[in-house]
Design a protein around this ligand. Sequence first.
Ligand code: DNO
Ligand code: MN
Length: 359
Amino acid sequence: MKMVFRWYGKGNDTVTLEQIKQIPGVSGIVWALHDIPAGDEWPMERILEVKKTADSYGFNIDVVESVNVHEDIKLGLSTRDVYIESYKKTIAKLAKVGVKVICYNFMPVFDWMRTDLAKRLEDGSTALFYEKAKINDMDPTELVKKIASNPDLTMPGWEPERLKDLTKLFQAYKNVTEEDLWSNLKYFLEQIIPVAELNDIKMAIHPDDPPWSVFGLPRIMTHKENLRRFLKLVDNPYNDLTLCSGALGADPNNDIPAMVREFVDRIAFAHIRNVGISENGDFVETSHRTCDGSLDIVDIVKAYHEGGFTGYVRPDHGRHIWNEKCRPGYGLYDRALGITYLWGIWDTLEKNRRNPYSA
Ligand code: DNO
Ligand code: MN
């Protein structure tokens, strides 16, 4: 596996490249031009700037997360073709600097969703938390008002410039069913995947987080059967998955090691993190260690190892520890600890593979 680390860019991240450089075994940064609105073509000079910065630290920029999909594409509006064209142009530009994987998602309106960005855990650290009842009880119009009146509430997809569109967006999705979303995704893939193949870039969809409908919006990248259906929409090795253990793992019915075993040849990018799930459907992000959460991280890594996985891995989110002030879920310390845990498992498996009779 190739270990990579998400970095939001100079001035946009509390973590520095100097720091990332000192985490064992990190070969590249996972990046994006976060200020470019979904649907706009990425400017070449900005891409080259990132390449130059990463080069000076010896990091690859093989993985982009994310090139966001414009809402009109997910909605299947006639305007979508314009945005699909600029998506294709961005793919071609990214190929010029050697990008190998593009992560994206197909979640309507919101990206990942939590109700608390700093839930205090028993050890004094804080972490991202999802309270199911809170989301279930909240009606979207109330939500729009709540976000507008609370500038501290920042969630992906809740950026101020998008806020004004929220009411309109909910309206637009009112009659969009899961089947509509499937066919809009298929339309997008049929156009994009041939271009990705031509440019030798794997498109890797991120599953829905959490893997169920929120606020009545359709969500389809949620469980094994749907991932199977996704891979068949356009059955091409460039149409791949970002398998996020924490996103899918929030649903206890999802057996993550089994999914890795089934899909390993079509996983271009692995997000590995643990979550602690409660019986009432709430979940909290925990340390990576298997015994700290509900997911068997050891078995997940074992499944990748057995599958001969050579793709990219990142530790995904971490807790906020040692008083670190950082982007929610994206501090230095806990993600670095997560990496050393993942390497510990991987190196042990490697050693035993070479010498199966050793203790
Ligand atoms: C959650 C994170 C997400 C992810 C985007 C990909 O598990 O990995 O924020 O970055 O959904 O588009
Ligand atoms: Mn993820």
